[in-house]
Design a protein around this ligand. Structure first.
Ligand SMILES: [Zn+2]
Length: 633
């Protein structure tokens, strides 16, 4: 509704006017229907996106030529103009070992289907996904002018190529911070993988008209190569692949990400595909899609509008109370109950806990109109050109992280969109982050509600994020955010031993909706955070009762017989309440970092003695693991 209000040249900042124009262009469905396929066809008539499968069916200028095909150029345009990472993911982030400096990182990129298993398994599900995907590519090519049998054979080769890439991708469980830290300069990378012009690629991706200081990037530029083996295998595959198939694939990736910006008939074809792989039954209403577009394209502009309309500054006070309560509880547990960590490591854990910094609501800079207007000054939207506007937002997103490359990491700042309904831990800054979107019901309950509800919901979330600093990955980073081992070997061994219990516990949860078992190793970090968060928040709640109410329980809620300890746990379970279609349940198991919501509740609560006390759970039941309980923090 905020974006629908008419533009006021007097009241709205330049940035807000832009957001409203972008929204209006997206809502102009008549215009989008009339434009139909034209805006995409004009891209397909120019290098590097001439599409072999179309032959000369969209006119002679659309004819692809093998002789003129350049892999480097096509990949660089996808990344640099469309913010689309194919085969290679190039981005700027903090150097894990020098966390106040930015560096270029190279990683594997995602494929068309969400999980590797979709390409590799021979189950009925996986096969039906691949069939649906192939047919989707074929039909899309035909809608754009391809001959059907040509499309069929060309797209079969494209699918085969993606299967080959899926085979060499490094699985999530093997992607640990220390294994992925391979720092080298571009000339060393080129010596290791000589088939690809790495320097040429990087220089083509970065727009040095925007960032003249990056013209100096040369062979001595450092990069972190996160998956060296993947890249070696990748270019072995690519050099043996037909150029035509490579071009068909790269243009497919461009086409598929633009289908949503075309007329309805393309979106309905996507829906048919999505019905098979996600169980989706309808398209999002246009307004919903347009809000998403503007929110993603201009997160700080929409963020400020949201904060001004819906965020109450006094929420920061209760967040401060919760954060300090959690910090105290984590340290108290560490000092009083941790019997496996030696004193040297404990001292450092204590220091790290004290250094965790909380960011709440929104970053201050979004309130500075001059700064925000300047930040998006290259964006010039027009109400009548939705497709053109979208391309501008892609280019803007594609280039935005290079802004940081030569700058120092602003360790006390944060860059999270305020409308995000989620919370985060950042290892490189040792920050826990709670954007305004998360600080609403059912997570955040105001001071007019019992504290038990808030501690059980947002309190557990604060504890969860805090504990990420000490999970199987976060624990490797020190209080300054550097990947620098601070654990003694003995404490590290004991930690690893204890994680086995939790891996095992979650491995045994069978999720009916997905027809699959939870992946205990894959979800370990999140399970550690859930278990720690629940304990810390409960302890912080009891301390609040002891200190702020002299030990007297909060008044019971009228008509409910639950104690506040019970309400604390109910509030946590309430937050996790969710429902899944079988298709998305399956995807959650294969690609998600978290356990399914019901096991996020059962897993952590059944390990916790205060839960079984609150509900008098008999020993050795699902909700009371007794001596079998797993615990890290
Ligand atoms: Zn988490």
């Amino acid at each position: 509704a905020l974006l629908e209000k008419p533009i006021s040249k007097r009241r709205d900042s330049e940035a807000v006017q832009k957001a409203k124009i972008l929204y209006a262009s997206c809502m102009n469905e008549n215009k989008i229907e009339k434009a139909d396929v034209k805006p995409l066809l004009s891209i397909l008539k120019h290098s590097p996106f001439r599409w072999p499968v179309l032959e000369s069916n969209i006119g002679p200028e659309g004819l692809w030529s093998e002789r003129r095909f350049s892999l480097v150029q096509a990949l660089a345009t996808l990344r640099g103009q469309y913010s689309s990472s194919v085969f290679i993911r190039l981005y700027v982030a903090a150097d894990d070992k020098i966390s106040n400096r930015y560096i270029l990182k190279l990683d594997q990129a995602s494929l068309s289907l969400a999980s590797r298993e979709d390409y590799l398994q021979n189950t009925t599900d996986a096969k039906s996904y691949r069939d649906a995907f192939l047919q989707f590519m074929v039909d899309t090519a035909v809608l754009l002018g391809a001959n059907a049998s040509r499309a069929e054979s060309d797209m079969k080769s494209v699918l085969k190529l993606e299967v080959k890439i899926a085979e060499i991708m490094i699985p999530y469980e093997n992607r640990t911070s220390e294994v992925m830290y391979n720092k080298m300069n571009i000339s060393e990378l080129s010596a290791m993988i000589p088939q690809f012009d790495w320097l040429g690629y990087i220089k083509k991706v970065i727009d040095t008209k925007l960032y003249p200081e990056l013209k100096d990037i040369g062979p001595s530029e450092n990069v972190i190569v996160r998956v060296p083996q993947y890249f070696k295998d990748l270019f072995r595959i690519l050099e043996n692949e037909k150029k035509k198939t490579l071009a068909n694939y790269l243009v497919w990736r461009m086409v598929s990400s633009r289908l949503f910006n075309l007329s309805r008939r393309f979106q309905y074809r996507w829906l048919e595909f999505s019905r098979v792989i996600h169980g989706t039954t309808t398209l999002l209403p246009q307004w919903d899609k347009c809000v998403d577009l503007v929110e993603n394209a201009l997160p700080y502009v929409v963020g400020k509008m949201f904060v001004n309309a819906h965020f109450q500054e006094d929420k920061k006070e209760m967040m401060e109370e919760l954060t300090e309560g959690i910090r105290w509880a984590f340290i108290d547990i560490l000092e009083k109950e941790n019997d496996w960590m030696d004193s040297e490591t404990k001292r450092k854990a204590h220091e790290k806990a004290k250094a965790v910094m909380a960011k709440v609501g929104y970053p201050q800079f979004i309130m500075n109109d001059t700064y925000i207007n300047e930040d998006i000054k290259t964006l010039k939207f027009t109400e009548s050109d939705y497709f053109g506007n979208v391309l501008q937002t892609r280019k803007y997103a594609a280039q935005s992280d290079f802004y940081w490359l030569r700058k120092e990491v602003p360790k006390t700042e944060w860059f999270t969109s305020p409308t995000t309904v989620n919370a985060f831990y950042s290892a490189s800054t040792n920050q826990i982050r709670f954007p305004a979107g998360e600080l609403q019901k059912p997570f955040f309950w105001g001071t007019e509600y019992p504290r038990s509800l808030s501690y059980g919901a947002i309190g557990v979330i604060v504890g969860h994020e805090f504990t990420h600093g000490f999970d199987n990955n976060g624990r490797k980073y020190d209080k300054n955010g550097n990947l620098d081992p601070w654990w003694t070997t003995d404490s590290e061994e004991k930690f690893k031993e204890k994680t086995k219990c939790m891996i095992n516990q979650y491995n045994n949860y069978y999720w009916k909706q997905a027809g699959l078992y939870v992946k205990g190793k894959r979800t370990l970090a999140e399970n550690i955070a859930d278990n720690g968060g629940l304990r810390e928040a409960f302890r912080a709640y009891r301390k609040w009762i002891a200190e702020k109410r002299g030990g007297e329980e909060e008044p019971l809620l009228p008509g409910l017989e639950f104690t506040h300890n019970q309400l604390f746990f109910l509030s946590y379970a309430h937050v996790r309440c969710n429902s899944f279609r079988p298709e998305s349940a399956r995807e959650q198991i294969y690609t998600g970092a978290h356990s399914p919501p019901q096991f996020r509740v059962i897993g952590a609560m059944s390990n916790f003695e205060e839960f079984r006390k609150a509900f008098s759970c008999p020993p050795n039941t699902t909700m009371n693991r007794g001596a079998e309980s797993c615990r890290l923090w």
